[in-house]
Design a protein around this ligand. Structure first.
Ligand SMILES: *Cc1c(COP(=O)(O)O)cnc(C)c1O
Length: 355
């Protein structure tokens, strides 16, 4: 393990998940296009694993700690977690967060699949009170798109003291900012689609855990629910991880610069930025239609959903019917990419004229 060797993230981003070093070895893992494997090894069948997934899983494990399983999307990874909870199990979760997860949890709650206790994750007391008798605490921090912060350290410690399982969606912060497993969480989840893969060309998800019994249950969920990643997608995601650290650092420094410009612009009424990362949500002085015009007016930033790629994207989140109604109608979520920060600000400043 590189943790023993004390390598740094920008190093293991590049060295992890390579084929064994020997004369003539390939530098990169191949794209394993196999539905089956000769008997006698650990692999067996294509739905159970292959060497391309494994290489990617080793790389993600270097970042998050624990052992990693990859899935066909972030939602597939989250669904695997919820699928191992008993029918009707009480689950404590944020009352606003990624719209896909919120939609899934609301439908689980309505059907009785889970008893979801929706809480304000910025209020420690409210979360801790809701934990009594719960089976699991599911946290997303910072939240998408409000960029609210949960006090992970306090909440994870409180839940573990009560013997409650904790899962954390670490998609926005990334392991360069916070490592939930090191704080005591049982599971850390990623939409690998976003910052880890980083090029808006692949959908994938991951779960990492330090608990071998839990790993086995989640691995079985992947095997038998069948939401497995494609080998080419796994290869692309691993290729993306090679540059994850430098991409994230560049995007983060761009975001910090843009936040400063935005705070001084009278056409923007509120800027939400947690002080780290590459996501900014801001409210314009104007209504939903004005926000739509701003998003449509840019030439460098693409008007599109999703995030975490080298290319900057923005959108008015409430254009989606499933987005939480606590999110303001005029809120624009900007995923800051790796372009030049001055070019980005010029594009934003020009687009704001469309208000
Ligand atoms: C995108 C996203 C997801 C879902 O991931 P997919 O790869 O789109 O399935 C989950 N959580 C957060 C915070 C996200 O941004």
């Amino acid at each position: 393990m590189s943790s023993e060797k004390k390598l740094h993230p920008e190093t293991y981003a590049i060295t992890s998940g390579r084929p064994k070093s020997e004369a003539g070895a390939s530098l990169n893992v191949g794209i394993s296009l196999n539905s089956t494997f000769e008997a006698g090894s650990g692999l067996g069948y294509g739905r159970y694993g292959n060497e391309t997934w494994k290489a990617l899983e080793i790389a993600i494990s270097e970042f998050e700690g624990g052992e990693t399983l990859t899935f066909s999307s972030g939602m597939a990874a989250i669904s695997a977690v919820f699928s191992i909870l008993p029918i009707g199990a009480p689950l404590v979760a944020s009352n606003q967060g990624y719209s896909g997860v919120m939609t899934l949890l609301k439908s689980f709650h309505e059907s009785g699949r889970l008893e979801v206790r929706f809480v304000d994750v910025t209020d420690n007391q409210e979360v801790i009170s809701a934990l009594k008798g719960a089976a699991m605490l599911w946290l997303e921090s910072p939240t998408n798109p409000s960029l609210d912060i949960a006090d992970l350290q306090t909440l994870i410690a409180a839940a573990k003291k009560m013997n409650i399982g904790v899962g954390v969606d670490n998609t926005f912060a990334t392991p360069l900012v916070q490592k939930p497993l090191a704080l005591g969480a049982d599971i850390v989840m990623h939409s690998v689609t976003k910052f880890l893969a980083g090029h808006s060309d692949v959908l994938m998800g991951s779960l990492s855990t330090n608990d071998p019994a839990l790993y086995k249950r989640l691995e079985d969920a992947r095997k038998f629910n069948g939401a497995i990643p494609g080998p080419f997608e796994a290869w692309l995601a691993l290729r993306g991880i090679r540059t994850f650290v430098m991409r994230f650092e560049k995007a983060q420094s761009n975001a910090k610069y843009l936040v400063e410009q935005m705070k001084n612009d009278k056409r923007i009424s509120r800027v939400r930025y947690p002080g780290f990362g590459a996501m900014i949500s801001f409210e314009i002085v104007g209504d939903a239609q004005a926000a739509e015009r701003v998003c449509a007016a840019s030439s460098i930033i693409t008007h599109a959903t999703s995030l975490g790629g080298v290319e900057s994207l923005w959108e008015r989140r409430r254009r989606w019917e499933i987005e939480s109604h606590v999110v303001p109608e005029n809120l624009i979520r900007l995923s800051v990419g790796c372009e030049n920060s001055g070019d980005l600000w010029n594009d934003i400043a020009k687009s704001l004229d469309a208000i």
